[in-house]
Write a protein that binds this ligand. Structure first.
Ligand SMILES: C[S@@+](CC[C@H](N)C(=O)[O-])C[C@H]1O[C@@H](n2cnc3c(N)ncnc32)[C@H](O)[C@@H]1O
Length: 508
């Protein structure tokens, strides 16, 4: 099969050894199905393992790839299971799953490993292996355009299966990315998917599939609505969970047990968290001073630019490593989103000519947020970007390290769009807020909320949930914080108290 086809069909065949380990694991848990269904069976590793582990069960396997179906048939005949097997070439997207699943009598086990590919990747290959209705999360406008509507095909498939079961008692045991397992659980818990129990058992995807992703066996019992929490085990063999993820209000938290103990630290942040500047053109927009004291860019060019539009830049890796002295600069073409950039030509002709000579790179920016916009436009820019003092954190690193950032060469420091920050007028306020955020209670609370294996463990939504007042109290820093807030007076203390009271109610 050619590489593109393999990618489009999310084709990662499960090694027989792992399929057998999963089936043994299910047997140990007392799962004895009458019917086993592998909805995308590939060359049949799971069906062969199931034939051995569940010697009485009827086996059904479908796949879109006719050659694979044939291979499965041969493998099952070698395993002497042909008499209780039905395999066929079928496209998952063309099934009527409700009717199909309703036709199976007895206890049903849906077992296997669905395609590992996203709708965006399929589209980029001009492929057709996607569901007809793609925006099932209901994203609109800017969310859809900034990529939130990108989803894993297997997430969509799992949701169809849970919906089609319509609350019938059954077992689902699927290998998938841990992020997909969480999305499925969140969907089912929020939409009465009748999940009686669920657990995640991590597997080593690098070892078994050569894929650098966090993956697990997702085990679900459907049939009645149980607790909205799921223990997470570090391996198939682990006996005690490392964490218990769960639904708290509308959000998933990574450790519901610690979250419950610390949820008084949650509330509305009195500060507005912001993300760093987005330009999607780092080869032109980011520069540094080379040996010859010229500015250099990633294209290997040496340039001389006016200083007007150049600002010091810290990247998320700088923040994660505690580096606060910027080595890079970023060209900041606007002070707010939508601002006209033509003035640059008059104020800083070298800068304009430099930008203009790379116009094709700006025009080629993929994100549709730039389409038909002002030339050299930015996102994530506003008055807040130019506050002199900042407290910033990387969104990509799993340990949230909040860094106090001072002005550099008399200019405010900006951040790349993988960072989040708060802006301050005074050093005193920035310093105490950094101390509060780095305090032990805050770090513990954050670790109960965030998922370390996410691409972006820290988000604005998560930071916005930190009740700085309550955390300051817990960390013994509240008097100091209130006193600097009062000196500044842009935010009177009554408001702080009032906001601290507005703790979001979350069911325990
Ligand atoms: C990750 S592989 C796993 C195969 C098998 N379940 C296993 O565990 O070895 C995904 C499988 O999904 C199949 N597939 C991809 N798109 C499909 C579709 N629309 N309908 C049915 N099968 C599909 C591929 O051919 C491939 O065999």
């Amino acid at each position: 099969m050619n590489t593109n086809r393999k990618i489009e069909f999310g084709d990662f065949q499960t090694p027989e050894f792992l399929a057998k380990q999963v089936c043994d694991f299910l047997v140990q848990r007392g799962i004895l199905p009458d019917v086993v269904l592998e909805p995308t069976c590939g060359v049949g590793s799971f069906l062969v393992a199931a034939a051995e582990s569940f010697s009485q069960a009827k086996l059904f396997g479908w796949d879109i790839n006719t050659k694979y179906v044939e291979q499965t048939r041969v493998a099952l005949s070698k395993a002497n299971a042909s008499d209780r097997v039905t395999v066929a070439t079928q496209d998952f997207f063309k099934h009527n799953w409700e009717t199909e699943l309703a036709g199976f009598q007895g206890h049903l086990l849906i077992l296997g490993n669905l395609p590992w590919v996203t709708n965006a990747t399929v589209s980029s290959l001009n492929g057709a292996n996607v569901p007809a209705k793609q925006n099932f999360q209901g994203f609109r406008g800017i969310e859809a355009r900034t990529g939130k509507s990108n989803f894993d095909i297997s997430e969509w498939m799992l949701i169809q299966l849970v919906k089609a079961l319509r609350g019938r008692p059954a077992t689902i045991a699927m290998l998938c990315k841990t992020g997909i397992a969480r999305k499925l659980l969140r969907f089912a818990w929020q939409n009465d998917g009748r999940i009686a129990s669920a657990s995640l058992h991590r597997i080593d995807a690098k070892k078994y599939f050569g894929a650098s992703v966090d993956a697990c066996l997702l085990l679900i019992q459907t049939g009645s609505a149980g607790l909205t929490e799921a223990p997470v085990f570090e391996s198939l063999g682990a006996k005690t969970p490392s964490k218990v993820l769960g639904l708290a209000g509308q959000d998933l938290v990574s450790d519901i047990r610690i979250y419950r103990k610390l949820k008084h630290l949650e509330g509305l942040s009195p500060y507005q968290w912001r993300s760093g500047v987005k330009h999607d053109c780092s080869s032109v927009m980011e520069l540094w001073r080379g040996d010859r004291n010229f500015l250099e860019n990633k294209l290997g060019e040496e340039v001389e630019l006016e200083s007007d539009y150049l600002f010091p830049l810290l990247k998320c890796s700088d923040l994660a490593n505690g580096r606060t002295e910027p080595k890079r600069f970023v060209l900041v073409t606007q002070t707010r989103v939508g601002e006209d950039t033509s003035e640059i030509a008059v104020k800083a002709p070298h800068t304009w000519n430099y930008l203009d000579s790379h116009r094709q790179l700006f025009d080629a920016r993929k994100s549709s947020i730039y389409a038909k916009r002002i030339p050299f436009a930015l996102f994530g820019i506003g008055e807040y970007s130019f506050a002199p003092w900042k407290v910033a954190v990387s969104g990509l690193h799993k340990i949230p390290r909040f860094v106090l950032v001072e002005p550099f060469q008399e200019k405010p420091v900006l951040f790349d769009d993988a960072c989040y920050f708060l802006g301050f007028e005074t050093k005193e306020e920035a310093k105490i807020v950094a101390e509060i955020l780095n305090s032990e209670p805050c770090q513990r609370f954050l670790s109960s909320l965030l998922f370390e294996d996410s691409k972006r463990p820290i988000t604005v939504e998560l930071l916005q949930r930190l009740n700085i007042h309550a955390i300051a109290k817990e960390a013994g820093l509240v008097d100091e914080w209130i006193s600097v807030r009062n000196q500044k007076s842009s935010y009177p203390v009554e408001n702080i108290e009032m906001q601290a009271e507005m703790v979001m109610e979350r069911p325990s």
